[in-house]
Design a protein around this ligand. Structure first.
Ligand SMILES: Nc1ncnc2c1ncn2[C@@H]1O[C@H](COP(=O)(O)OP(=O)(O)OP(=O)(O)O)[C@@H](O)[C@H]1O
Length: 226
């Protein structure tokens, strides 16, 4: 689904991704690597939140540079910090927000919101002010709001980093059960143990691209003290 061609990306002339050419077709793909190695930047390129300084990113043939809107309909993005994503006063309104922008009727929005609230264990919180939720509840809401839009692929940027063990397990299970393609940036090596493919980043390059056990071994090697 994703075709990344000769991509480089820089911020203020400082290159943080270099020489990235890769196709991502597997259903579950993880991205791991050291802090600052460019993982989040790479993730943001996948749905056009960022467009590359050089090269191009195609999603089902759509170029993120010229077709960002169509790309974002296909590819949902869950941020590490749910506060970045929650925009409406209540839980139900926040889930309805994206659906309104899709032009659904009021009746269809109400039905979809109820369905998504139930699926994600949020029904009892539907009228709660979203900003008063706990961290785990906010993360659940952020994931639910993205999935309500039925994307074909979901990119998660460190989805379990801010969670306690219970919520981490819950989120891992939600990701595991998704039928959609997922790309997950994570430092949580348990999360990706059954993934199809793992990319290891180091200093802005992909230095390993393999199934989990091999990729994790390469990552541990990289992290070993000199
Ligand atoms: N908006 C920005 N403006 C300037 N520099 C940035 C910006 N976003 C990221 N960077 C820099 O780009 C580099 C790569 O950052 P990125 O967040 O992609 O790494 P990461 O691998 O996801 O790191 P982490 O594991 O710590 O989240 C870092 O040096 C970071 O400081």
């Amino acid at each position: 689904m994703f075709r990344i061609e000769d991509v480089e990306h820089g911020y203020d002339d400082r290159m943080v991704l270099r020489g990235i050419s890769v196709e991502l077709t597997e259903r579950r793909i993880a991205v791991i690597g050291a802090n600052g190695s460019g993982k989040s930047t790479f993730a943001r390129l996948l749905n056009g939140l960022l467009v590359p300084t050089r090269g191009r990113v195609l999603v089902d043939g759509l170029d993120t540079r010229s077709e960002g809107r169509a790309v974002r309909r296909k590819v949902g993005f869950v941020f590490q910090d749910p506060d970045v994503q929650i925009v409406m006063p209540t839980v139900a309104e926040d889930i309805a927000f994206g659906l309104k922008h899709r032009g659904l009727s009021k009746k269809d929005i109400a039905a979809r919101v109820a369905e998504v609230l139930a699926e994600h264990g949020l029904a009892s919180l539907s009228e709660r002010p979203a900003h008063l939720l706990s961290g785990g509840e906010k993360q659940r809401l952020a994931i639910a709001a993205v999935l309500a839009l039925e994307p074909e692929c979901v990119v998660f940027d460190e989805p379990t980093t801010m969670l306690d063990l219970r919520n981490k397990r819950r989120t891992t299970e939600v990701i595991r059960n998704l039928a959609e393609q997922v790309v997950v940036v994570s430092h949580d090596l348990d999360l990706l143990s059954d993934f199809d493919r793992v990319l290891v980043f180091d200093e802005g390059r992909i230095v390993a691209d393999a199934p989990p056990s091999e990729a994790v071994a390469a990552y541990l090697d990289l992290m070993a003290p000199c």
